[in-house]
Design a protein around this ligand. Structure first.
Ligand code: PLP
Length: 492
């Protein structure tokens, strides 16, 4: 097999990225057939006259995205691709229009979302999920940009604003989503929300009186999902159908069997288990939607933070049948307090979004929208993400190394290639409840994962806990893992 990429050593694009994109193109064009073997790293590096590092990195990226697989003794081979998506017109959504799209469903008795307990004084290290590192937040720049909104010509920013989001912000978001996450969506089809949970709410309301309403279909979901999101979807009347999780994402056969026409997924970084949906599976999922008229809700909550290569592009960017509703949030990339998220809608839903969304949907402050618009359009967002990626990468390296030295082989680290959280699974011995109690006694807070399970047998004990690391310093992470080792592995 010949691989002859024209690598441009003067380009600002790294050699590994050029090589990865070249091989990916060859696979997608069918010039590298399924089952064919990639040359060894050493051979290709010497053939191209470059070091092994970019070749290794390109191969890792192809493996992570599911274009190739690594088998013992056979090296790296190209995975079979799924049949190409049928090119077809947008799914026949048969949507009703008009204000009756919003039902007057009562929201009383909702309960509240389970959230991290307040920090207690006897907890020295809290591996809470959802914290970001604020030591690197550009406070003075943000203050300056926010301050520039306090001018008479920006009077409109002090009103309720547009229910779909401020036009300038939606434009900046469409551009950002394309550049950062390969989401293809014009600003007119972007709807701004006050955090993903609000975006899910908006989507549920948009789907009322459509073939995707709770009366028409159950909602298929990954076998473990955010409990907040599960609550919202249930509150809107949907029955959740869990789909088994495999190392490369949901089992697509389960989706066909479920009879659902609506599915929620976190393909770039499954929450909470951390796997990435392979390209083959992404294609099969899109095929399912094309064949059944199904609709996919993609939650891309931390896709900006992938450490072992390039970010995994969104599922939405691969979709040719307008069957993906994409949700992005600024809670991880920036900070949760801004409460800003966005949804990229397929054309048929976007058409009646304005009519279906209620004035009470205007929850995202126009002032924050404007500040973030300025932050993005002046090029600060890209810089910030680049910086935060390396900050979080260092934290994850500290965590991985501490786990390796202090907890293995008694514990296994899961999901350590992306995002701001990992899971720790006990090989045997204590269950989740005991792990949390022992950790608490040692001054460390870790979190349950059983709360995320959907439809699992509650009798099966979980022996996995969740650790967020975004808000902790490297020495705190090391201290925390050291304390956990002493608490969980007595005599060590
Ligand atoms: C699966 C998932 N999606 C999205 C989010 C982000 O939510 P929000 O945008 O409301 O902060 C979270 C974080 O809690 C999450 O776990």
């Amino acid at each position: 097999m010949e691989l002859l990429p024209l690598l441009d050593h003067t380009s600002s694009e790294s050699l590994y990225s050029q090589l990865y994109r070249h091989i990916r193109r060859e696979i997608e064009a069918g010039r590298l057939a399924a089952g064919s073997k990639l040359p060894s790293v050493r051979k290709l590096a010497s053939h191209l006259g470059i070091s092994r590092t970019p070749v290794e990195a390109a191969y890792q990226q192809l493996l992570a995205e599911g274009y190739a697989e690594s088998r013992p003794r056979s090296g790296i081979t190209i995975r079979p691709s799924e049949p190409d998506l049928e090119r077809r017109s947008p799914a026949p959504l048969l949507l009703s229009t008009g204000n009756d799209g919003v039902s007057a469903r009562s929201l009383s008795g909702t309960g509240s979302f389970p959230s991290a307990p307040l920090k207690q004084p006897d907890i020295a290290i809290d591996f809470t999920y959802g914290d970001v590192d604020l030591n690197h937040f550009p406070f003075s720049l943000w203050k300056r940009l926010l301050g520039s909104c306090f001018l008479p010509e920006h009077r409109d920013l002090f009103r309720y604003g547009d229910p779909l989001g401020e036009p300038g912000f939606r434009e900046a978001v469409a551009d950002y989503a394309y550049r950062a996450r390969a989401v293809v969506c014009p600003p007119e089809r972007i709807v701004v929300g006050a955090g993903t949970h609000h975006s899910v709410e908006q989507i549920c309301r948009l789907l009322q009186n459509t073939p995707y309403s709770p009366e028409a279909t159950p909602f298929a979901v990954e076998g473990a999902i955010s409990n907040g999101i599960a609550s919202i979807v249930r509150l809107h009347g949907y029955r959740l159908v869990p789909l088994a999780l495999e190392p490369d994402g949901i089992r697509i056969e389960d989706l066909y069997d479920s009879g659902a026409r609506l599915v929620y997924t976190t393909p770039s970084h499954q929450f909470p288990h951390g796997m990435v949906m392979s390209v083959g599976k992404r294609r099969r999922l899109l095929n399912w939607a094309a064949e059944t008229g199904g609709l996919i809700v993609e939650d891309d909550y931390d896709g900006e933070f992938r450490y072992a290569g390039l970010p995994i592009p969104s599922l939405q960017g691969l979709d040719t049948a307008s069957s993906v509703i994409y949700m992005g949030t600024f809670s991880r990339a920036l900070a949760p307090a801004f409460r800003l998220s966005y949804t990229a809608l397929p054309p048929a839903l976007a058409e009646f979004a304005r009519a279906a969304l209620h004035p009470f949907d205007r929850l995202a402050s126009p002032l924050h929208q404007k500040t973030l618009e300025l932050f993005m359009t002046q090029g600060y967002m890209q810089r910030h993400i680049r910086k935060m990626r390396s900050v979080y990468q260092r934290k994850l390296a500290a965590l991985t190394s501490a786990v390796k030295h202090r907890l293995e082989p008694h514990f296994r680290l899961i999901g350590g290639s992306a995002g701001l959280h990992v899971l720790l699974e006990a090989a045997d011995g204590p269950d989740e409840e005991q792990l949390i109690r022992l950790a608490g006694e040692a001054g460390v807070r870790v979190y349950p994962t059983s709360v995320y399970r959907i439809g699992d047998d509650p009798e099966i004990p979980s022996c996995t806990v969740l650790l967020g690391f975004g808000g902790l310093g490297e020495s705190q992470i090391e201290d925390g893992i050291g304390r956990l080792a002493n608490a969980w592995i007595p005599g060590r």
